[in-house]
Design a protein around this ligand. Structure first.
Ligand code: NAP
Length: 495
């Protein structure tokens, strides 16, 4: 089932529309992602009445558990990750009744027959691969060989999808040996965020913005994904990846595509993904002077990157800022500035479209006011703000000020705000509905790696060293200079 919003007075109210009945198998059902995101998300959909009555969730992992033991684990995960206000006991009990467990080793042959016997005909069969990427291939093969999956089944694949073009191609091939492309759902949870989808609604559902969405009216675009956390506990994985592989190749690239793409003819999976792919293919190679790599160093706010990873001389970047150009008619000459990093001043993700100055100020150059900015906030407080210039109220001549037209979703949705699906639950429901629009297609992922690979290889061959920045700062000084050089500046990261 999905949720539809309608306006009632000043507030949006929701109503529910059904999804099909399903069996969802979560491989890695005992892992961190399943406990923290997938199962709490499914619980919220169940509690909101969006799950069909006899939908089933089957956890699978190597741990020697039975369904009763697994339910107890899920109960404790819900207690940890869903606030008690939204966790009524009867809803938890009802949800747990839908849960089963099968012990399976993705690399072995035990447990598959039992899984097969649990799966029902006539319902959507979905398989979530919430396991290490090295297990994606073995799982796909066994689902196929044991005839557990059929032509209508879907598999959901977590990031990272490869670590370069070659490995992504090999993974695509392995998955496509057992499944068709329209059965493969490569998840990028940024695409499931309410605001990201709203970005498309704002662009293509209003007459106001699209006519201005080009080099004639847009001065530049900024995408910031700032994290307060460091590599904490993920040091081994992160040190092999860095910000470019972990964030830019997937999340930031996806956001860039949604902002820059041409209007698709329909909001359907291939129409949208064709347009996104064209953006990646139109990206210019980036000059080394237009990239800043950084690594956090200890400050009074916490310990540095090198204290948290094994290699004391690691050159992996925990921060990256870059200036990109898209070679097409719409965006010729418009810089796109991307920035992401760990252990920054605050957690803040935002896409900002900064419009050009008016061609001539009739009020005089010192009358105040500045460029219009459309800011799309992904976190915290998802929402959209448009800053417009108005007259400062009161006497004293024509003084101009910028005021925000603010649509914070939590305010607009009122009591329904807590019930807005988070990215994971929305995307899982899309899998059940068979809607791939918000999932990455294989060729998109490969195109993004084809663009990323030469940059990473260039740093390695030159022995490029990341610039240091203090824990709790806004990143290396060179990142600020990257914009100052053009007479621009980053939007503030607010703590
Ligand atoms: P995790 O906490 O290490 O969990 C791994 C899961 O896989 C466990 O349930 C483990 O259970 C199971 N498993 C391991 N080897 C197995 C095998 N041979 N056969 C069957 N099951 C096996 O990892 P995670 O953090 O949940 O991450 C899962 C996937 O999501 C990874 O691809 C990760 O990159 C991706 N991801 C995670 C996050 C996150 O926030 N955690 C975010 C984005 C993407 P047993 O040991 O009982 O088998």
């Amino acid at each position: 089932m999905a949720r539809k919003y309608e306006t009632k007075g000043k507030q949006l109210v929701s109503r529910v529309i059904p999804v099909e009945n399903f069996d969802l198998v979560i491989f890695g059902g005992t892992g961190d992602l399943a406990r923290r995101k997938i199962l709490p998300g499914l619980f919220r959909r169940f509690r909101s009445g969006q799950m069909p009555d006899d939908a089933r969730i089957i956890g699978a992992a190597r741990s020697d558990l039975d369904s009763k033991g697994y339910r107890a684990e899920i109960k404790s995960a819900l207690e940890e990750f869903v606030s008690s206000k939204y966790r009524p006991e009867d809803a938890v009990d009802g949800f747990l009744e839908r849960i089963e467990y099968v012990a399976i080793d993705a690399m072995g042959d035990g447990g598959w027959k039992e899984l097969k016997s649990l799966m029902r005909d006539g319902v959507v069969k979905a398989f979530y691969f919430s396991v290490a990427p090295s297990l994606f291939g073995p799982l796909a093969e066994r689902l196929h060989d044991f005839k557990i999956a059929d032509r209508d089944s879907r598999i959901v694949v977590e990031k990272p999808f490869g670590r370069d073009l070659e490995s992504a191609r090999a993974l695509n091939k392995t998955l496509r040996d057992s499944f068709e492309e329209d059965q493969i759902y490569r998840i990028d949870h940024y695409l499931g965020k309410e605001t990201v989808q709203n970005l498309m609604a704002v662009r293509f559902g209003n007459m106001l913005f699209e006519p201005l969405w080009n080099s004639k009216y847009v001065d530049h675009v900024q995408i910031t994904v700032a994290e307060e956390v460091g590599v904490d506990g993920r040091g081994a994985y992160y040190d092999r990846s860095g910000a470019m592989r972990d964030m830019v190749q997937n999340h930031l690239m996806q956001l860039l595509c949604l902002i820059a793409m041409e209007p698709p003819s329909r909001f359907d999976p291939d129409a949208v993904r064709d347009e996104k792919l064209k953006v990646i293919r139109a990206l210019d190679p980036v000059a080394s002077r237009d990239i800043v790599r950084g690594q956090y160093t200890s400050s009074k706010k916490g310990e540095g990157y090198l204290e948290q990873v094994e290699n004391p001389d690691s050159q992996t970047e925990s921060f990256i800022a870059m200036k990109l150009h898209i070679s097409n008619w719409r965006w010729s000459g418009v810089p796109f500035f991307l920035r992401t990093g760990k252990r920054l001043k605050a957690r803040q993700s935002e896409i900002s479209i900064i419009f050009k100055d008016t061609p001539h100020s009739i009020f005089g150059d010192d009358s105040g006011g500045s460029q219009n900015v459309l800011a799309i906030r992904l976190q915290p407080n998802e929402g959209i703000t448009l800053s417009v210039t108005i007259k400062e109220p009161g006497p004293g001549g024509m003084r101009l000020v910028d005021v925000p037209l603010d649509m914070t979703f939590a305010d607009a949705l009122g009591p329904d705000a807590e019930d807005v699906p988070d990215a994971y639950e929305r995307l899982i429901m899309d899998v059940i509905r068979g809607n791939q629009t918000l999932f990455m297609r294989g060729d998109e992922v490969e195109a993004a790696w084809a663009w990323t690979d030469p940059l990473i290889e260039g740093w390695a061959s030159k022995g490029d060293r990341p610039s240091p920045y203090d824990v709790g700062s806004t990143g290396p000084e060179e990142a600020a200079i990257l914009l100052h050089r053009d007479g621009r500046r980053w939007r503030e990261i607010r703590s």
